[in-house]
Design a protein around this ligand. Structure first.
Ligand SMILES: *Cc1c(COP(=O)(O)O)cnc(C)c1O
Length: 380
């Protein structure tokens, strides 16, 4: 079954009692049992809920995986993943990870006795060099947030396999429409479903997908034991969002390309970061492992914090907000917003300076988006 068909049909058989074409929101905590020890696979909604099951099955199909698990947020999914490890274990992570991932690793899990090394995973030799006897996990984001750095998924997964590491790929930025890390050898895919998968900026959610039965069993155990689950309504909204992922991603990308072309020739823009640009580092790798380059764009302006503040205050179609992946276009300043939890020195040494701006290009008309950016860039 092709992607767009799976998005609309997998896990979504008409409901048995009424034939309802849409999976109902099973807003129930518990399920009547005809006799002790007899049930229809549903006992309590922390463990299983039919709306969540539908969403999990559909997402697993989109990622080309066997098992999906949904969570209350991307961070709940990430935190639950850490239950695969124990005190003293070492994790190698991309250095340009989502700010919240960096924060939970450094401020929560390091306190619990986990050991982290952050490296530029775009350079496979840096991964190899960071491996210690205690290394158990390789955590990657590609494209990264907000510099959109690309890691060679197959190369990294091969290293992980050779050293017996669990490889985890945060696939939030690409979405399974453009990139399916399991097909390149990754063990686990993580999503913040708050972003492209839901796509309408009205839910916070997360998910994990794997084809490894043992990893799935352990993660499903933790999902239930820790209770890091989403409710039925949130599961339903994400399932609804996923139905249109294909058409949305195609439009997101077409708009992003138009915006990139425009920004590249703008005199107040110094550098545009977009994996689809032939001159972008590791563009060849991106081309090999992605079927499209997404709609996140970062750019350095010819100016500093003052000018960046002026641009972010002046856009009207692009709303100034954290998050990404919704139908509406957003603008943000990583250093002062999403990545403020990373110490300044570390941030600046990685290129997250005051002149950097990130866009999440939505599916409005490209002409309006370009006109909006033009007037904002003229504001200083
Ligand atoms: C948003 C995001 C997260 C965290 O997800 P939440 O749903 O906000 O908890 C993790 N990784 C990436 C790449 C994200 O964009």
């Amino acid at each position: 079954m092709k992607f767009e068909t799976a998005a609309i049909h997998v896990g979504q058989e008409p409901e048995e009692v009424t034939g309802a074409i849409i999976v109902p929101i099973f807003q129930t905590a518990t399920y009547a049992q005809p006799a002790i020890g007899e049930h229809k696979g549903y006992e309590y909604s922390r463990t299983h809920n039919p709306t969540r099951t539908a969403m999990q099955e559909c997402l697993a199909a989109l990622e080309g995986g066997r098992h999906g698990l949904a969570f209350a947020s991307g961070m709940a999914a990430a935190s639950t993943t850490m239950t695969l490890l124990k005190q003293g274990d070492h994790i190698i992570s991309s250095d340009d990870v989502y700010g919240g991932i960096f924060r939970v690793f450094e401020k929560v899990f390091r306190e619990w006795g986990f050991d982290f090394t952050f490296v530029n995973t775009s350079d496979l030799s840096e991964i190899e060099a960071a491996i210690k006897p205690t290394t158990k996990m390789l955590w990657m984001e590609t494209p990264t947030n907000p510099l959109l750095k690309i890691t060679d998924l197959k190369g990294a997964a091969d290293i992980a396999k050779r050293h017996n590491l669990i490889s985890v790929v945060d696939n939030t930025f690409a979405s399974p429409y453009f990139q399916r890390p399991l097909e390149h050898g990754a063990d686990i895919v993580l999503h913040s479903t708050s972003k492209f998968l839901n796509g309408h900026a009205d839910v916070v959610g997360g998910a994990l997908v794997t084809s490894n039965d043992q990893l799935h069993e352990r993660l499903a155990f933790s999902q239930n034991a820790m209770g890091t689950i989403p409710g039925p309504f949130d599961s339903w909204l994400i399932l609804r969002g996923m139905k249109t992922l294909g058409v949305r991603m195609r439009q997101h990308e077409a708009n992003a390309k138009a915006v990139v072309d425009h920004l590249k020739s703008h005199k107040r823009v110094k550098t545009v970061l977009y994996p689809g640009l032939p001159e972008f580092p590791n563009h060849d790798v991106a081309k090999k492992q992605m079927s499209g380059f997404g709609s996140l764009i970062s750019f350095y302006i010819d100016g500093g914090e003052g000018e960046a503040r002026s641009i972010c205050k002046s856009t009207r179609v692009f709303r100034l907000a954290e998050s990404l992946g919704g139908v509406e276009s957003l603008i943000e300043h990583p250093a002062l917003m999403t990545h403020a939890s990373i110490p300044r020195e570390m941030r600046e040494s990685r290129g997250l300076g005051d002149s950097l701006i990130r866009l999440s290009v939505g599916i409005e008309h490209a002409d309006d988006l370009i006109a909006d950016l033009d007037q904002a860039l003229a504001s200083f």
